[in-house]
Design a protein around this ligand. Structure first.
Ligand code: B12
Length: 270
């Protein structure tokens, strides 16, 4: 069944016009919906971060998710797009801005598609970010967050670890977008081949690098980590004002910390 799921994601990527300029061959990982990590996220992130079962119940009220799987995918950003952003020092390239805007619309289509695909096969399924319970949150302890972090889902699925910039470093690097579904279909979970949540980051694991600190045009990344307020305000105030009209996109992003760094397209520790 894993083959069928992975082929379907790849087919959707290759045949969908929306994805023409965005994602390369994806990575797919699996976690048990009952993995204690999902409950632990309520301590690490906050009570507002919901478990797979809590999302499941919003679509299937009164039903228990006795067994099942979180399926997470990583959509690595194409080299042609990364190339254009690597030469920027203040604002994202047009291609990256489009990738953030239309790439996320495509990612949403993929969530909808995989939700339907598994439902059609007879398995109750919900994609957390499509649920009415998914919301953006600003918490006192962790700042900007949401009720389902796709990266924490991907971490549980064994797909990688976090970096100094907060970005998620996979075997195909940090420059990607990610998504997930929760399904009652039971599949063998991935083994998490790491011991710490920052293992793939050279700065954290080997006390070297810090290239993303130099790349951030807003000064949001220091040896103490990523200041989300500075990052957020730079994207919302400076980047949006500069590129909205110029590139014709509503949600441009920045992503300069994800290119021209050793973790751009691989996990540099391996
Ligand atoms: C809110 C948000 C933001 C906020 C805050 C980002 C943040 N760090 O959370 C702002 C506006 C700053 C932002 C900016 C960007 N974003 Co944004 N954003 C989101 C959103 C909507 C929610 C994120 C969330 O819920 N975070 C939860 C908090 C708690 O996460 P956190 O603070 O990073 O968690 C840290 C701790 O919990 C820590 N930790 C501490 N102890 C432990 C212990 C364990 C066991 C573990 C596992 C972790 C852990 O790990 C984390 C890293 O330090 C997601 C979509 C989604 N639903 O996930 C996209 C998302 C995170 N954004 C994304 C992107 C690409 C960006 C940008 C690059 C913009 C762009 N598109 O060009 C920038 C820079 C990202 C960055 N450096 O983090 C991608 C990230 C993919 C990736 N490559 O990592 C996401 C996943 C969207 C997507 N669908 O792909 N974003």
């Amino acid at each position: 069944m894993k083959d069928i799921i992975e082929n379907e994601i790849k087919r959707f990527l290759s045949e969908n016009e929306e994805n023409k300029f965005f994602a390369d061959t994806p990575l797919v990982g699996y976690a048990d919906v009952k993995d204690p990590l999902f409950t632990k996220y309520k301590e690490i992130i906050g009570d507002f971060h919901l478990t797979p079962e809590e999302f499941f119940r919003t679509s299937y009220p009164g039903e228990d998710l006795t067994e099942g799987t979180v399926i997470s995918w990583i959509l690595p950003i194409k080299e042609s797009v990364r190339d254009t952003n690597r030469t920027q020092d203040l604002m994202p390239s047009k291609e990256w801005a489009h990738g953030r805007n239309f790439g996320e619309q495509f990612n949403k289509s993929l969530r909808e598609h995989m939700q339907e695909f598994l439902r059609d096969k007879g398995y109750k399924t919900i994609s957390p970010m499509l649920s009415e319970k998914w919301e953006r949150i600003k918490s006192d302890s962790v700042g900007y967050a949401s009720s389902w972090s796709e990266r924490h889902g991907a971490y549980a699925c064994g797909l990688g670890t976090f970096g100094l910039s907060d970005g998620f470093i996979t075997e195909k690097g940090i420059a990607h977008r990610c998504g997930s579904v929760v399904t009652e279909l039971k599949l063998e979970p991935n083994t998490r081949g790491y011991e710490s949540p920052y293992e793939n980051c050279l700065f954290h694991s080997q006390d070297k690098c810090g290239a993303c600190m130099k790349k951030c045009p807003a000064g949001a990344i220091t040896k103490d980590g990523h200041d989300k307020d500075i990052c957020h305000d730079y994207i919302r105030e400076q980047v949006m004002a500069a590129v909205n009209e110029k590139y014709g996109v509503k949600m441009p992003g920045c992503g300069l910390c994800q290119v021209g760094v050793p973790c751009e397209k691989k996990a540099p520790v391996h």
